[in-house]
Ligand binder design. Sequence first.
Ligand code: ADP
Length: 467
Amino acid sequence: MKTSPMNQPANGFRTPLENATLARFGWLIGMRWIFVLAIVVGAVAGRSLLLPELPVVAILVIASIVGLFNLVMQAISVRLPELKPARRQALIHLLIQTQVVADWVALLALIHYTGGVESPLLHFYIFHVAISAIFLSPRFTIVGLLFIMISMSMLFVAESSGLIPRVVLAGITLEDRQLSPIYIANFSFWYFSTLVIMAMLLSAIMRSLRRREREALRMRVRLEEANLKTSRISEERVRLMHTMGHELRSPIAAVVSMLNALMISSGPDLPEPVRRIHDRIKQRLDDLTAMIGELLELAERRRGSDGGRIRRVNLCALLASLCEELEARVSEAGLSMTRHCSSHGDFWISAHPAHVRRIFENLLSNAIKYSRTGGEIHIRSHEEKGRLHVEIQDEGIGIAPDQIDRLFTEFYRTPQSRRHTSQGTGLGLTITKELIENAGGRIEVRSEVGTGSVFEVILPLAESRGD
Ligand code: ADP
């Protein structure tokens, strides 16, 4: 997996916040259409109803220029998705800046035609400075503020000195006297201070938000790297398990056949102690072969081998056939086994048949292996809320509460089970749990040392019954 450097994530944008900012491009265009409409309606209605001196032509010209500009922006925005991400990002930034500057200039002209220092449109600058502080860089906002302050001061001075004619609107502006320089200076001071404080506040909030987002992004990249490392380690582990299994299998098979050959060539008069040692060696080699088989099975499964087609499996029938197969082992161990399917042998699940067989084979052989002579094994199945519950209960050695969670860890065997029998690999339950989870189910264990254990498998039932 490829990771991108912190300041340049794969999609070309820096943080989700900046991505969201760029998505506001279309929003700015929409807002400008509303603004143009409001200016046109306001100018025409204001002139005919309240303000006969309102220079409606000049205002409509400005509204038309803004409208034309917005049309161009809209046309460009339609083409944006065709551009490559990096170019699109740079262009959107530039276009947002152009729009903000164009809005400032248009607003300055409108302020002049609606009463200058007394224009009600002065409030719109607050809104524009907020947009700049939120969406654009602090540097751009500072330059913008300087532009607004210088250009507005020049406008106020030119109007009050009579350099350009001041628009006087009866009822809105002071009619019969020129505005005093003190009034203009006082107004400008408080107005500009408001803009500067607001811009500083918003920029500081946005800076800290952006910093936090970058930190979150950095953490995400680190997390992804750690995940990558973990999955590489586990791949390596599986590869090792696989190689080790294959490498060990042939020498052990050779030792078993040599041992058999040795026994045959030694003839029937072998002393009893030698025969006993032979049997123990043979038993140990069989255990080792079983362990290698399970190790290879686990490695294959973790490599993604899927075990064939998913089919509908009649679980009660499968349990019945398994019980039949295990009958000899059960009676040899001096045990008895009962089976009860609450649905007259008609529970259907969708799974790999070989996997389902493996799950219950493991659990039943454990129940036999860890039972004591005379014990009973009960198999019960029932349906609950659309799920199949199969319980395998034994009256065997049991498991201590603190060991239950570790049962599904590779190679784990409880101290009681080690004392009870040397046979066992500690891999069967790991395989069983993975198979159950792959089939969308789970396994639960209840047990008491010396009394016995219940292994409960919960699997989703197939959608409709029958074959
Ligand atoms: P093993 O080949 O050792 O039986 P498993 O993975 O099947 O390996 O089981 C892991 C361990 O869980 C066993 O070694 C045993 O300690 C414990 N265990 C499993 N089933 C039972 C059971 N029915 N009763 C008591 N202990 C059990």
